[in-house]
Design a protein around this ligand. Structure first.
Ligand code: HEM
Length: 1141
């Protein structure tokens, strides 16, 4: 058996051997180890000339035609097979002779690797090129698959080279492989291959292998485009897709519409004339690279507004995210004859010029924003049912024009998938959104080009290009990553298989793929470095296939040295490709063991508890072994290789942390979570971060403000809610703000945030009518039996009532009123269907969330029933709102009467699912949180009459006994604010929370013996954090004194003692980019309720002592609520204990 050390060493050596680095890997390739030298005089023939001068009688003209000696810098004067081949030969040999590739970097320092020149040279004698087929006219502008690109190449030990191909394009590919067999000798003018004899059979797996270049966001001079075409040919890439215009600029000169580029180009020098386009296309065609163009429409076309404002809607409209994906916005009017006339002129001019050298024309179609058409006076709607037929007609018309010019249309995937536009089966669809798109599109019968952004968007991961103002905007943007972070390394690019998970029939429809370089922050200065050699990695997948001849995924170990060598060649041939590794000296580039680990982990991660249970006890046992033994062991190996320290371990005596789990569950059931958390840290004084393995899974617990700050703000992009959270919560909260990360979350936040601006938050009348019902329910001792139930207010004085139950009803009524314009009247109905359903769904959801991997076995019958009730209820309001036209909506916004949160959202989106998800999310966020805080406040005021007295004095001084408070009144009441702050300090509504590491990362503190070193964190590790435990840490407060109460004691006065919590030590509303949106709304609502209550009531009788003995039950499910309710009696002002006047 080979020891791991030895195998590791041999891999190291492989990394340093030149590997006959043919890139992309040929389908079959054998080589020897004899050395042959190449001379500029090598006899080169094309299609059958004898290798020597003709005798008399031979046709001299034919002979000359067939002899194609190496001529430096040969340029084809027209696109014929022989011209293309001869120019190819010229470039190939110049590539070998000029690039001076002495491969010292590929060898161990000090080793002897060059041939010994003193031993004499065996020369290559002939290069015989045989093209077996005749090039069709389409050979230089083929549809995918129309040209045969295969070739065979042999180099005999005697020095004869034979290259056979059906087409001249196949010959070019063979010549490229030939050139990659050669190196220059360090002694100077000797070029050799050490691999003779050689035999290669080769053909591409996919016919469409491309790069998308964006010349609209930044301009690329023609020479830079030509250089890219050269580099593509070296990589056997054959399609250059030029995204030539976009909303930012129009560099394309259209003689029939000169004003478009005159006004739309960044500068008169940044344009492509018809001659430039001709040159670019011909240059590509002679190298087997078809250059085709895209004019993106009907979105992404705002720039036309500069010359033709009448054709465009939403140009440069703000806030941009309502109108388009990035500024400046702008789309064609979808139902306008002037647009059609413009496009007719444009296409009549452009397409006939493109068609001689391209088979395709791309009509764009990505990211069309429905809202744009709301600004179109001819449409004024963003409803899909209105826009879809218009878009269908638009696409039909443009595609007909493309076909008429002899071209085949290409569109982005949104056209068929998002807009349900039907298109001719000839149309090719370019997919970028990943997920199941390719499967869906091929299932629909479309031919597809894959540009999955998760793998093949090479511009990603280099940060935002938008700017953020100081203040809150800064923290929202921080740390300014771009939307498709992280960067796609060559390994990630290489791992992608466009036909993964497809059936054979579906796979046949995948023409290939393109890597894309959107150019917001790319121009000619950095294009090469960003494109290469990552585009080469995609190039090999597309030419050679993701799997090798044995059906195994191609290995990075095989690819890395070849890619490294290719990169050296590219740099020497004038393309600034980025290095893929440091210059080798002593280190190994191999990560031993990662392969098997990845496999097993993938297995574990993809087995759900339910599937395991269904498959029976044998597999269950295997699952348990893998989950609690194998996976932890593998993770420990990974952790051992990471830098950083470990946090102290949780104390646990039973295997797999069973005693810890039991303790946690018990604490939760008995409302002792805080005690449990404190206990966790108690055996390690001064540590507030701890870790353990629970059922095999590493979990980190922290109550350290530094770590919480990192998770929520400074390392925001390292941590997220994660996919498991989304999976657990989405049946309830959909794709709303609470369940998503990244772009989805960001969109939700942008949608909801404007609804909580001060104007809306300061509108208090929504609370007042419910306040009056609350008073009656208090006097009644509980919820009313119908709105009309008579209540003797006088008799209610001091009557015991669970005020917590009433607060939950009050906040439900006012939240539904605020959100939908209709309250569910739970204060006046003890059993209310919606309220019961909402409570049941939350109960089951909280069990699902706690069950972790076992959540699929939680029964969901009542959950589904409840969701039906909730959805039916909310949907009727959504339908009602969507029946309003945009004008009616706008009118409602102005009049303000009956204008609700739902109306405001519907002004931005008419997507029913989006509306539903966001409404339920905000209902959940807004209802329980305020109800809990109000409940805790009354709980504490009942046992702190001195605080109640001060609060009431302030209220009476500011608003008197009856006047309803204004927003400014509430903000001016300092003691009221202190009361709420103190409640949220002792009882933060979200007491325990969790985030998942979405990459390998660290926490800044908690490791090492003193707990001050960073803790290493593997991707997918959950970090549980507790604001409750942190906000009650005595060491974060000044010592208790006569003027500063102990940490666990309720004391609003501490907030006016000169003390202020330090940043991140008091965060009831969270912090960082995901800080609570409803903070001001909540403080206003709660301040209003407390003011109204204590204008009216002057005294609270506390009945809780008999129930909990003064130890409040901290029930922490989704939110922190009083576990035993809050039983009190309230006394109206000007009354005595006995009820006498
Ligand atoms: C005392 C009252 C409230 C407290 C203590 C509170 C606390 C919080 C906390 C801790 C979070 C972060 C949750 C997480 O990311 O894991 C949060 C998020 C949120 N809260 Fe509040 N909240 C309160 C009231 C409200 C109200 C009244 C609304 C709306 C009507 C609201 C809307 C939201 C929303 C939409 C989020 C999600 C933010 C995001 O993920 O970007 N909250 N809240």
């Amino acid at each position: 058996m080979v020891s791991p050390l030895l195998s590791c060493l041999s891999l190291f050596l492989i990394a340093l051997q030149p590997a006959a680095a043919i890139w992309p890997a040929p389908q079959s390739f054998t080589k020897g180890s004899s050395i042959l030298y190449l001379h500029q005089n090598i006899q080169i023939t094309y299609n059958g000339a004898p290798p020597v001068c003709p005798d008399e009688g031979l046709d001299a003209k034919q002979f000359l035609y067939q002899q194609i000696p190496y001529t430096y810098g040969y340029v084809p004067y027209k696109l014929t097979s022989k011209e293309v081949v001869q120019a190819g030969v010229s470039r190939t040999l110049a590539g070998i002779f000029d690039s001076k590739f002495v491969p010292w970097k590929l060898h161990k320092p000090g080793s002897k690797w060059e041939p010994d020149l003193s031993q004499g040279q065996k020369w290559l004698k002939t290069l015989q090129i045989v093209q077996t087929g005749e090039d069709q006219p389409s050979a230089f502008k083929p549809l995918a698959g129309e040209v045969d690109e295969s070739y065979d190449l042999t180099v005999s030990a005697e020095g004869h080279v034979k290259l056979t191909a059906v087409s001249s394009i196949g010959v070019l590919h063979g010549l490229e492989s030939f050139s990659q067999l050669f190196y220059q000798h360090s002694a100077g003018t000797f070029w050799y291959t050490p691999y003779a004899p050689v035999s290669i059979r080769d053909a591409p797996k996919f016919p469409h292998r491309g790069i998308m270049m964006d010349t609209a966001r930044n301009f690329f001079p023609v020479p830079d485009i030509l250089r890219t075409i050269d580099a593509m040919a070296w990589n056997k890439l054959n399609r250059l897709h030029v995204h030539v215009t976009d909303s930012q600029s129009w560099p394309l000169v259209i003689p029939a519409l000169p004003e478009v580029s005159e006004k739309g180009a960044y500068h008169p020098t940044q344009t492509y004339s018809p001659a430039d386009i001709d040159q670019i296309q011909k240059y590509g065609a002679a190298r087997g690279v078809e250059v085709y163009f895209e004019i993106d429409m009907p979105g992404h076309i705002g720039v036309v507004s500069l010359s033709h404002p009448e054709l465009i809607v939403a140009y440069n409209e703000l806030p941009y995210w309502w109108w388009c994906a990035e500024p400046p916005c702008g789309a064609f009017k979808l139902n306008d004859t002037a647009v059609d006339a413009f496009l007719e002129t444009l296409f009549d001019d452009l397409l006939p010029r493109l068609a001689p050298y391209a088979a395709y024309f791309h009509t764009g179609g990505d990211e069309l924003n429905k809202n744009d058409s709301m600004l179109d006076e001819g449409i004024r709607s963003n409803a899909s049912e209105v826009l879809q037929p218009l878009l269908q007609k638009f696409i039909d018309t443009q595609h007909a024009r493309v076909r008429k010019a002899g071209l085949t249309p290409i569109t982005w995937e949104e056209i068929p998938l998002e807009w349900n536009v039907t298109m001719g089966k000839d149309t090719v669809v370019q997919s970028w959104l990943g997920g199941d798109s390719i499967k869906t599109l091929t299932g629909m019968g479309h031919k597809v080009i894959d540009s999955n952004y998760n793998f093949w968007y090479l511009d990603c991961g280099r940060g935002q290009w938008l700017n953020w103002d100081n203040g809150p905007a800064f923290s929202t943007g921080f740390p300014f990553n771009d939307w498709c972070d992280p960067a796609k390394s060559w390994r990630l690019v290489y791992s992608h298989d466009p036909t993964a998970n497809l059936t054979a029939d579906e796979a046949k429809l995948v023409l290939g793929g393109e890597v894309a370089l959107w150019s917001e922050t790319i121009d000619a200065t950095n294009f090469d470095t960003l494109a290469w050699p990552r585009a080469s990695a995609a190039g090999e997948v597309l030419w050679s296939g993701r799997t090798d001849a044995q059906g195994q995924n191609r290995s990075q170990l095989d690819a890395a040295p070849r890619l490294n060598e290719l990169r050296e060649r590219m740099v020497l041939r004038g393309v600034r490709a980025a290095p893929i590794q440091m210059t080798p000296r002593v280190d190994s580039f191999v990560q031993p063991g990662y392969f098997t680990m990845g496999l097993i982990e993938t297995l574990v991660d993809h087995v759900s508890a339910r599937s395991v249970l269904l498959l029976g006890p044998g597999l269950l046992l295997a699952y348990i072994i893998v989950a609690v033994v194998v996976r932890p062991a593998l993770q420990e190996m990974k952790l051992a290789r990471m830098s950083g320290a470990r946090a102290p371990r949780i104390q646990s005596v039973l295997p797999f942390g069973i005693d810890f789990v039991y303790g946690g569950v018990r604490a939760s059931m008995t409302y002792q979570n805080l005690v449990f958390w404190r206990g966790m840290f108690s055996h390690i004084p001064s540590h507030n971060t701890i870790e353990g393995r629970i059922a095999g899974r590493r979990i980190i617990f922290t109550a350290d403000p530094e770590n919480i700050k990192a998770i929520l703000a400074t390392q925001f992009n390292d941590y997220g809610k994660g996919k498991p959270f989304h999976a657990e919560w989405s049946p309830f909260l959909g794709d709303s703000i609470f369940t998503t990360d990244g772009a989805l979350w960001h969109n939700s936040r942008q949608l909801i945030r404007p609804q909580f601006i001060k104007d809306r938050v300061s509108d208090l009348h929504v609370f007042e009518s419910h306040m009056q019902t609350l008073f009656r329910a208090i006097a009644n001792g509980g919820a009313l039996n119908g709105e009309a139930q008579p209540v003797d207010i006088e008799a209610g004085n001091g009557k015991p009532v669970d005020i917590s139950d009433l607060f939950f009803r009050f906040t439900l009524d006012s939240a539904t009123d605020f959100l939908l314009g209709h309250d569910v009247k739970s204060l006046s109905n003890p059993r209310q269907e919606f309220a019961d359903a909402f409570a049941e769904v939350q109960r089951v959801q909280s069990i699902i969330a706690r069950a972790g991997a076992l959540n699929s076995i939680v029964p969901r019958g009542s959950f589904r029933k409840g969701m039906k009730v909730i959805n039916n209820f909310i949907n009727q309001y959504i339908e009602r709102t969507l029946r309003l036209s945009p004008d009616e909506l706008a009118g409602k916004a102005k009049s303000d009467a009956g204008y609700t949160f739902l109306h405001a959202l519907a002004g931005y989106t008419r997507d029913r699912q989006v509306l539903r998800d966001q409404l339920i999310a905000v209902l959940l966020a807004g209802r329980d949180t305020t109800a809990c805080t109000l409940s805790w406040t009354v709980y504490e005021l009942a046992r702190h009459p001195e605080a109640l007295e001060k609060l009431r004095a302030e209220i009476l001084a500011v608003v008197g006994p009856t006047r309803a408070p204004t927003y400014d009144d509430l903000k001016s009441m300092k003691y009221l604010q202190n009361v709420m702050n103190e409640t949220l300090r002792l009882y933060p509504v979200v007491p325990f929370n969790v985030r998942l590491a979405i990459k390998n990362t660290t926490l800044p503190r908690g490791g090492g013996p003193d707990g001050l070193e960073p803790v290493k964190v593997l991707k997918d590790t959950p970090i549980a954090y507790s604001t409750l435990a942190m906000q009650r840490r005595a060491d974060l407060y000044p010592p208790a004194s006569a003027t500063f109460a102990p940490v666990d004691v309720y004391s609003p006065d501490r907030w006016s003692s000169g003390w202020q919590p330090k940043p991140w030590q008091y965060i009831p509303f969270n912090g960082g980019p995901r800080i609570c949106i409803g903070q001001q709304f909540a403080l206003t609502e709660m301040g209003y309720v407390l003011t109204r209550l204590f204008q009216r009531y002057e005294r609270i009788d506390n009945y809780m002592g008999e129930i909990d003995g003064g130890n409040p039950a901290l029930r922490a499910e989704i939110v922190l609520q009083p576990g035993d309710g809050v039983k009190v009696g309230l006394w109206e002002a000007k009354r005595t204990v006995n009820g006498e006047k």
